[in-house]
Design a protein around this ligand. Sequence first.
Ligand SMILES: C[S@@+](CC[C@H](N)C(=O)[O-])C[C@H]1O[C@@H](n2cnc3c(N)ncnc32)[C@H](O)[C@@H]1O
Length: 269
Amino acid sequence: MTVGALLNKYQKEAEYHTVALLLGELLHCPFLTLSLRRDEELSDSLLQNFYHNYARLRNNEPIQYITGKACFYGLEFSVSPEVLIPRPETEGLIELALQFIPENAKVLDIGTGSGAIAITLKTLRPDIELTATDISASALKIAKQNADFYNCLISFYQTDLYPTTEDSFDLIISNPPYISPSGYAKLDIRIKNYEPKLALLAEENGLIFYRRILKEAKSKLKPEGFIFLEHGDEQRHNIIRLAEISGLETILIKDDLAGYPRYLGFKKS
Ligand SMILES: C[S@@+](CC[C@H](N)C(=O)[O-])C[C@H]1O[C@@H](n2cnc3c(N)ncnc32)[C@H](O)[C@@H]1O
């Protein structure tokens, strides 16, 4: 069977583009140039791989786990079911934080997962010193692989939120787990069946990590230091209250591109 004949089989499917991406991945061929190879014969083993991956797709597995790759901020990250697939909303968190990072700053990324936030920041701002933490050893393994791929020097720690070092930071950034137990039960099966629960679920109505991060933030920030957080749609006011209880000043309240409340910034003043 040729590339063109295989693609024609799926022409009418809603998932046509995803199918083409799967095939392009096996052929090491960018999606846009696939049409130039329509007459090429596909080997039996390649077809077998394709049908295997297609079955995974039909089983609602995210394409990023099938290909092992996810795009974030124009970079490609290795991903596996041990890490959350980095989301476009998180690119917005990076955009905002970038405006506040002083030169040669020390920055901490809490709950780094694939390393998407830390590595993107280090790539865009080689002057800064990055520390990244995660409680999951397997997530950190992927984050380190990604950091090595991009030649990023980042200090990774397996720990519960903050590193146990005496360091203090000019800026802390985090996209912690923030789905409440009731919200988790209602998640799309594409997420619930495949993405790590550890990366999503948060007790105390989704607020536990904000409470814990903000409680310690003042002692971990340098004077005039900043903390930037991504959060869920209905958490904004509770998080602002937690930050104010911890003695932090609210400096930024922003929605994401879809118009949902998503980002908060605080300052130690
Ligand atoms: C929502 S994911 C964010 C991953 C990545 N930063 C991103 O934005 O794509 C949250 C991450 O926090 C980690 N995590 C969960 N509990 C933690 C804890 N107590 N301490 C440190 N990291 C934790 C999870 O393993 C997961 O990688």
